[in-house]
Design a protein around this ligand. Structure first.
Ligand code: 9MR
Length: 374
């Protein structure tokens, strides 16, 4: 008898929760009129292999980014070989679902094969050779998706933490003007596409100053940069929402759109230093650094919800100036954060859990939407 009553209560609450979930607006509905809401996708997601995730992506998001399939090493693995098989599927998925499709990325120091910078003897190529390779890559990749990919991260992560230019092979071989040249090539390949500069840690003063100066320089030269992507690889307490807010305001003053392009909130302890997204980091594993392997305690779940609510209130203060908020992944299961900066951890950085179900943070983000937005 007791068991039956318990089962009835569970069922009733179960239905209740499901009914509430169904009544709740989706992310894209909640922020309609304010900014687009998106996610970075992997091949399993845009191939529809997982029906639950497929339905979730189509329901929640109106813009998508490719987590890896448009990176140089994937689309252009060898000098004379382009492979668009995965990228084509990504773009088709976005078109079929009427989504704003992002291209990520054209010029970066990471995930670029070595051959790009070397001649057949392994010596560095000249500026002219590298410029020709860059132009060929950009015109083939951007040209292929002309009119279908609406916005491109043209240059990714060109700055050091102190705001100076990162000494990448691009800078060393071509010179500081490689950034403006990349934008010119992208504009030439698709004059209608929105072109962005994308980087992490722009909330930190020194790096932000460097990025603001870079954008000013590009605009002064008439370069068609229309937006800045602040990646948004955050932790529970860093950066502060004041820093996030002033970053949006400062870029807004330069007349560029601001996008949060790779949002996630790391709940795990940082081995050293504050949150960053420097892909070269790789730290030793240690059980102390993986405290929630068997589940996230309620208190941290609540902290995560509050953090997400505060962030979305901050983004929504700048509706329109912030034109897009994209999560770096869909569910906690496949987030890159499970393997970086320490391999094999269990992190909870996104709004959907490992079963593709909304977490409390999802409800908090919906609640944070301005009432006039939907
Ligand atoms: O999420 C991406 C991960 O799957 C790749 O292994 C990694 C390789 O460099 O790149 C990750 O995405 C990065 C993005 O392209 C640029 N900003 C930082 C992201 C996280 O490293």
């Amino acid at each position: 008898m007791r068991a039956t009553v318990f089962a009835i209560i569970v069922l009733a609450f179960g239905f209740q929760t499901e009914a509430n979930a169904q009544q709740q607006p989706t992310l894209k509905e909640a922020y309609k009129g304010c900014f687009l809401v998106g996610a970075a996708l992997n091949p399993s997601q845009f191939s529809g292999r997982d029906p639950a995730e497929d339905a979730l992506i189509k329901a929640q998001f109106n813009t998508i980014s490719p987590e890896n399939v448009l990176k140089w090493e994937i689309v252009h693995p060898r000098l004379d070989t382009y492979d668009f098989s995965l990228a084509d599927k990504y773009v088709e998925f976005g078109q079929q679902n009427h989504m704003f499709i992002i291209g990520h990325n054209l010029v970066w120091h990471s995930q670029v094969p070595k051959w790009v910078f070397e001649d057949e003897k392994g010596a560095p190529v000249t500026r002219d050779v590298l410029l020709a390779r860059m132009r060929d890559h950009i015109s083939k990749v951007v040209g292929r998706y002309k009119g279908r990919i609406s916005g491109w991260d043209v240059v990714n992560e060109a700055l050091n933490d102190d705001g100076t230019l990162r000494p990448s092979a691009w800078k060393k071989i071509i010179g500081d003007d490689y950034i403006e040249i990349a934008f010119r090539y992208a504009h030439e390949a698709d004059p209608q596409a929105e072109l962005y500069y994308n980087d992490y840690s722009l909330e930190n003063e020194a790096k932000r100053k460097g990025a603001l100066e870079l954008v000013k320089r590009l605009k002064a030269k008439g370069i068609a940069i229309i937006g800045v992507g602040t990646q948004g690889h955050f932790s529970l307490d860093s950066p502060t929402t004041n820093q996030v807010d002033s970053t949006i305001v400062e870029f807004g003053k330069l007349g560029v759109k601001v996008m949060i392009t790779e949002l996630d909130v790391d709940v795990l302890p940082w081995p050293a230093g504050g949150p960053t997204a420097d892909v070269s980091l790789n730290m030793a594993s240690d059980p102390k650094l993986n405290p929630y392997a068997s589940g996230l305690p309620d208190a941290v779940q609540q902290q995560l919800s509050k953090r997400y609510a505060d962030l979305f209130v901050t983004f929504a203060k700048h509706c329109g100036l912030v034109s897009r908020v994209t999560f770096w992944g869909v569910t906690d299961k496949e987030s890159w954060k499970n393997n970086w900066p320490v391999r094999g951890r269990t992190d909870y950085p996104l709004l959907f859990n490992r079963d593709a179900q909304p977490k409390p943070a999802f409800g908090a983000v919906i609640q944070a939407a301005p009432k006039s937005a939907s």
